[in-house]
Design a protein around this ligand. Structure first.
Ligand code: IMP
Length: 436
């Protein structure tokens, strides 16, 4: 059975955790394919809130093997804390697997991420300060430590003896920070390795074997398309590949092993950190939506920037991810607004632009061209079919679907798994056409 990819269609925080959670019962394996503990997936289960940064949200189901794939950068301290917390809350973490090839976020990566942001001042990316960029940079420069290295202190020492002199010049001379000591890092790595030994596997074969057995494998992206290193609003992006293509490189599967790409989006847009955001609402309305939607970062606690839905970026995201179906989240948050705007094109330098420009310079000059929809007053948390939505809500969903050009199969009207409108049969694959 081929694999399903879950991908964010905006700037992250689209609610991918809920999508994974919703599909979990038909899935045998969930694989995180990129990013690190910059991500935050919030899953609400039976009134209990779980905030996960590294461990795939499938962990909340005893039948699911949760895999941290080779494309992820892992801060072992965060991973261990998360495993311990889950275990303390009664969640079985025995089936959490971590790729031996995943790269390690070391303390100097975190220090360098924060110091470099501070130095950039107003030009900063607004990173989560988790060391993501420096860890991926070392991976590309072939000087990174991989999770498997933690199992052999001699390897860690040998590698650190090569790496640390350069890192320490940077830390001390450029940033005025204390240097890193090899001895303490080797000890730290040994402790991490001892604790995580039983979780480390060759994840690529684990995933391939599952697919060969006919298991349903879900590949779960973190962040979103517009934060993709290659396809997002560079340089205001993360340092990995959240797009569906990243599921292949970061999860260890071939493109033909994917048969469904579920794009996840919210009924409005949010962005954390710096960078252009053409539909941003910098007024009281933005604040109101942020409050109602609890738009605060799971990882950093920062208030997310909020704006109207951007269909220009949606059409782009559907294309670059070859999205086959969409889950629309947080429609309920828009209840009570008098009118709702949908950006259908940009005006850039006096010209109408329909295609999303990845250049941050052009995006910064983009003025949104809106279509306006009347809002609806009713709360919709209890609605379970599209037909029962207020007419104006239905009209808005239809407009989003027309812009996307692919069916919206799931609409979320509240944080609980049950607060979802299903338009397709489960399992999702081989489904009949979506009723209108
Ligand atoms: P980094 O991934 O920490 O290097 O941050 C790079 C950019 O991606 C910043 O603008 C962050 O705010 C953003 N970012 C990283 N992870 C997330 C996420 O999970 N949700 C939303 N934005 C994120």
């Amino acid at each position: 059975m081929p694999a399903t990819v879950i991908v964010g269609l905006q700037w992250g925080d689209e609610g991918k955790g809920k999508t994974t959670d919703f599909l979990a019962e038909q899935v045998a394996m969930v694989v995180r394919y990129q990013g690190g503990d910059n991500a935050g997936h919030t899953v609400v289960l039976g009134g209990e809130v779980f905030k996960l940064h590294l461990v795939p949200s499938g962990v909340l189901y005893p039948h699911i093997t949760s895999v941290i794939g080779p494309g992820v950068v892992v801060n072992p301290a965060t991973l261990i804390a998360e495993l311990d917390e889950l275990a303390a809350r009664g969640v079985n973490v025995d089936k959490v697997r971590v790729s031996r090839a995943a790269h390690v976020i070391m303390p100097y990566h975190v220090a360098l991420d924060r110091a470099s942001e501070a130095r950039l001042g107003p030009a900063k990316v607004g990173t989560t300060g988790r060391g993501i960029g420096p860890a991926y940079a070392d991976r590309a420069a072939r000087i990174g430590l991989r999770m498997e290295d933690l199992l052999d202190p001699d390897v860690v020492r040998r590698k650190l003896e090569r790496i640390l002199p350069e890192k320490n010049v940077l830390l001390t001379t450029v940033y005025g920070l204390p240097p890193c000591e090899a001895d303490s890092l080797v000890e730290q790595a040994r402790a991490w390795g001892d604790r995580l030994r039983d979780h480390l596997v060759d994840a690529t074969w684990l995933v391939q074997d599952a697919l060969r057995r006919g298991d349903h494998v879900l590949l779960e992206g973190a962040q979103g398309t517009l934060l993709d290193l290659d396809h997002g609003s560079y340089p205001f992006v993360t340092s990995s590949s959240p797009v569906a293509g990243g599921a292949c490189t970061g999860g260890g599967i071939g493109p033909l092993q994917v048969d469904e790409v579920i794009g996840v989006m919210k009924a409005y847009a949010t962005r954390v950190g710096s960078g252009p955001f053409p539909t941003e609402l910098e007024d009281g309305l933005g604040e109101r939506i942020a409050e109602r939607g609890h738009e605060y970062g799971t990882t950093t606690g920062r208030r997310r920037r909020v704006g109207w839905f951007d269909a220009v970026s949606l059409r782009y995201a559907v294309a670059v991810n070859s999205v086959t179906s969409i889950m629309l989240n947080k429609l309920d948050i828009l209840s009570g607004l008098e009118e709702i705007r949908l950006c259908v094109a940009y005006e850039i330098d006096g010209r109408r632009v329909e295609a999303w420009p990845s250049s941050a310079e052009l995006l910064a000059r983009a003025r949104p061209i809106y279509e306006t929809f009347p809002g609806w007053a009713e709360e919709i948390h209890d609605v379970r079919s599209l037909a029962d939505l207020p007419e104006n809500a239905r009209r808005y969903v239809t407009a989003l679907e027309e812009q996307a050009g692919v069916p919206i199969v799931l609409v979320s009207v509240g944080p609980e798994r049950t607060q979802t409108i299903e338009r397709a049969w489960r399992p999702m694959r081989h489904r009949p056409p979506v009723p209108s």
